[in-house]
Design a protein around this ligand. Structure first.
Ligand SMILES: C[S@@+](CC[C@H](N)C(=O)[O-])C[C@H]1O[C@@H](n2cnc3c(N)ncnc32)[C@H](O)[C@@H]1O
Length: 263
């Protein structure tokens, strides 16, 4: 009965959130300014696979807890966050793009590195996630919020000095992941930097490997792609030397720093 009600409710949410002009490009809204207007079409995989984590308003209420996101990453959230921020830089002059919202304090910490005359834009395809981020940022006005699909950013080429993708790629079906990486490479200037943090195949004897394999297969079905292949597989044409990869926590997590090649 409860499951039926839940499914009916999600169907309604899906219908309401799917009625969008295809390819519409949203204006950038300042955090601390007016609410973000929904304009991007929500991809089916988010409704079908991740409604419980991101789409449903209760998901935000449940997951927007620093201790919980830290637990999900086996106590590694702060370490992974700080390593990603350090790879971007101590002081982020120019323009920075964060592709997809993250629960916890990732974006406030990122924004703290952006000087007054520089810019940070955050893209997410779910208005509920951007509204949540807006709440977390308070009256911070340097951050632009954009309701767009990572696979179709709708920004000019070479618009940003750097971009960051924090645990986004493992949630995407392969074709969306490929397009998202192509968009990040297009959006960042030649010579700029892209930082990616995500799951990775742990060492064979990792004590959490069987449990993580079960969790990912059960709840995050696209994630196993990142156990099977290098992220470079979805970025054809990027020279190996342009990608610096390091793994942590027995190989379960990876950080990539990509120097965008000169055209
Ligand atoms: C960055 S990922 C995962 C982050 C991490 N698991 C956490 O603790 O939040 C989650 C975000 O990606 C967003 N997202 C997923 N697919 C997207 C897409 N195609 N375009 C833009 N945002 C997307 C979701 O709406 C969600 O806000």
């Amino acid at each position: 009965m409860l499951a039926q009600k839940g499914a009916a409710c999600m169907q309604q949410v899906k219908q309401l959130t799917s009625i969008k002009p295809p390819g519409a490009v949203a204006a950038i809204v300042r955090a601390g300014g007016p609410a973000v207007q929904a304009s991007a079409r929500i991809p089916d995989y988010l409704h079908e696979t991740y409604w419980w984590a991101y789409v449903h308003p209760n998901a935000v209420r449940l997951f927007e807890r620093q201790w919980l996101v830290n637990l999900i990453l086996w106590g590694n959230f702060a370490r992974l966050r700080d390593a990603a921020l350090d790879a971007l830089g101590e002081r982020l002059e120019g323009s920075t793009l964060q592709v997809a919202c993250v629960y916890g304090d990732f974006t406030p910490r990122l924004a703290a590195r952006v000087p007054q005359d520089a810019a940070l834009d955050v893209v997410d395809v779910l208005p509920v996630q951007l509204a949540n981020l807006r709440r977390k940022l308070g009256d911070e006005t340097r951050v632009g919020l954009m309701n767009r699909d990572a696979a179709n950013l709708g920004v000019p080429a070479a618009a940003y000095d750097r971009a960051v993708l924090f645990f986004l790629l493992h949630e995407m079906p392969e074709d969306v992941r490929r397009r998202t990486l192509a968009e990040a490479l297009r959006a960042v200037k030649p010579g700029g930097r892209i930082v990616i943090v995500d799951y990775h195949l742990p060492h064979a004897a990792h004590p959490l490997k069987p449990l993580m394999s079960w969790i990912l297969r059960r709840f995050e079905p696209f994630a196993m792609d990142l156990w099977r292949r290098d992220v470079s597989h979805w970025m054809p044409g990027i020279p190996a030397g342009a990608i610096a990869k390091r793994t942590t926590f027995g190989g379960l997590y990876q950080q990539l720093v990509i120097e965008v090649p000169q055209a």
